[in-house]
Write a protein that binds this ligand. Structure first.
Ligand code: FES
Length: 277
């Protein structure tokens, strides 16, 4: 039994705005019956103000899918399309007082349906729009595309395959896509770390590098009587100086590569370039 909040139960038992608007201005459809969850969102939009005047849903799914869809329709009514486009899956979950981690994909499905409906309206037709439709499908069991996975990682700060499965269902079937999800996660966070390192001030970079040198690198070198200190940082170039036994040691090049560079790349930024003075 899932640990649902009172509000989830309330929206599950008395879902708001169930059904389908006749002659809607926008339609957002996501998921499929084969995948186990599906949601169709229909909107009525005031053309002059772009305000959502009515929202209705039809869903196939569990209690949290029904509650998330019901919450979404309540949240979007009265908003302009620009305001509605900013709604995140976390806000849908928060509206319900939270959702169990394993059920967060229901809130993502709501956000995707809204995104599809807005895209559909902007495109000027009520034909079904697929989010990430033209893209590579990573998880074939649940038809989850790379852009849906990347968006969930970014918006929800996801770090593990299990978290990605909770938020998107990708990886929750046969499991054969888990390696690919792992790679998407690794590449995303490596890129994010690089961007945040490049945005740091020189003082912040120095502090961070010195922390890694004192906590991870020098304790290893110290065992052999060696030591390394920071000389300069410019952009992503880091200049270092060997001291003690390491200074002039014939294997210092290998130490630089296998110990120092490895630690700094792993802990700070994979794009860091190391030079020895
Ligand atoms: S392909 Fe993703 S779980 Fe089967």
């Amino acid at each position: 039994m899932w640990n649902y909040t009172e509000k989830v139960f309330e929206h599950f038992k008395n879902p708001r705005n169930v059904g389908e608007i006749e002659h809607p201005d926008a339609v957002g459809e996501v998921g499929s019956l084969i995948c186990g969850d599906a949601l169709k969102l229909t909107l009525k939009i005031d053309k002059a103000t772009e305000k959502i005047t009515d929202a209705r849903f039809k869903t196939f799914g569990c209690a949290s899918a029904i509650a998330s869809s019901s919450a979404l329709t309540e949240m979007v009514k009265g908003l302009t399309l620009t305001e509605a486009a900013k709604i995140t899956n976390q806000q849908i979950a928060d509206f319900l007082g939270g959702l169990p981690g394993e059920k967060m994909h229901c809130s993502v499905m709501g956000m995707e349906a809204l995104e599809a409906a807005i895209k559909n309206y902007r495109g000027g037709s009520t034909e079904k729009v697929m989010i990430g439709g033209a893209e590579r499908v990573v998880c074939k069991c649940f038809s989850v595309t790379e852009s849906v996975i990347l968006k969930a990682i970014k918006l929800n700060n996801l770090h593990t395959v299990e978290e990605v499965t909770n938020f998107t269902k990708a990886g929750g079937g046969c499991g054969s896509c888990k390696g690919e999800i792992e790679k998407i996660l690794k590449d995303y966070w490596a890129e994010a770390e690089h961007k945040s390192f490049m945005k740091m001030t020189v003082v912040e970079k120095i502090r961070m590098i010195e922390k890694v040198l004192s906590e991870d690198v020098n304790p290893k070198l110290k065992a052999d009587g060696g030591w390394i200190e920071l000389v300069d940082v410019q952009g992503q170039k880091v200049k270092l100086r060997f001291l003690g036994m390491c200074h002039g040691c014939p294997s210092s090049g290998a130490t630089l590569k296998n110990v120092v560079e490895k630690e700094l790349k792993e802990r700070i930024d994979p794009e860091i370039i190391i030079e020895a003075e």
